[in-house]
Ligand binder design. Structure first.
Ligand SMILES: [Zn+2]
Length: 195
């Protein structure tokens, strides 16, 4: 049996590490070293474009369907924010606006920036700064789902009164958009980050 010691280079500090075939942590700077994926940026681009496409119906179709006195009324994400604001539900309005508008758009731009900067050297931000940006997308990823939870909680709460609420078509599109954004960030090979 051959026991070849494979070596792997840390993308941050350039230290040579032993490839353990499992999770590789740099012995010098303690950062996780990811291996090259076969497809490089193509997968990440494809997932990102899919996420952006799903984000369109997520905003155009109703997120919430309100049933009141036998009539059905749908409200889009932004329509819902306006409605909640008018009903003085400021915290929920802010959470929805933040989780379903600011966070997803911020993530799209962040991944787009990382993808473009892996091809062309853009701006003055250093390699370590770009690494940090990548980790931000990984950390905030699941938090975008807050919006879906808020809709579920609202639907549950308001069901008790005379009005009933249902999650609309947009909630499925939104969940898919969040899912593909996470897939895009995960398939991005951080070794492509240029200094
Ligand atoms: Zn290192």
């Amino acid at each position: 049996m051959k026991n070849k010691n494979k070596l792997i280079r840390c993308p941050i500090c350039e230290a040579v590490n032993r490839d353990t075939e499992k999770v590789n942590i740099c012995r010098r700077c303690n950062i996780q070293i990811y291996k090259h994926s076969k497809f490089r940026t193509e997968k990440s681009w494809a997932y990102l474009i899919t996420a952006i496409i799903f984000y369109i119906p997520a905003n155009l179709y109703p997120m919430l369907i309100v049933k009141q006195f036998g009539t059905e009324d749908g409200s889009t994400i932004l329509g819902g924010v306006v409605l909640l604001w008018e009903h003085e539900s400021y915290p929920i309005a802010i959470v929805i606006l933040f989780a379903s508008v600011f966070v997803p758009i911020f993530k799209f731009l962040l991944i787009l920036y990382l993808l473009i900067s892996s091809k062309y050297s853009l701006g003055n931000s250093s390699k370590i700064e770009k690494y940090k940006l990548y980790y931000i997308t990984e950390i905030i990823g699941p938090w975008s789902m807050i919006d879906v939870f808020v809709v579920a909680i609202l639907a549950g709460l308001i069901h008790l009164s005379s009005i009933s609420m249902l999650a609309g078509t947009a909630s499925t599109a939104f969940a898919l958009s969040v899912f593909f954004t996470i897939m895009s960030a995960n398939s991005f090979d951080i070794r492509l980050i240029k200094g």
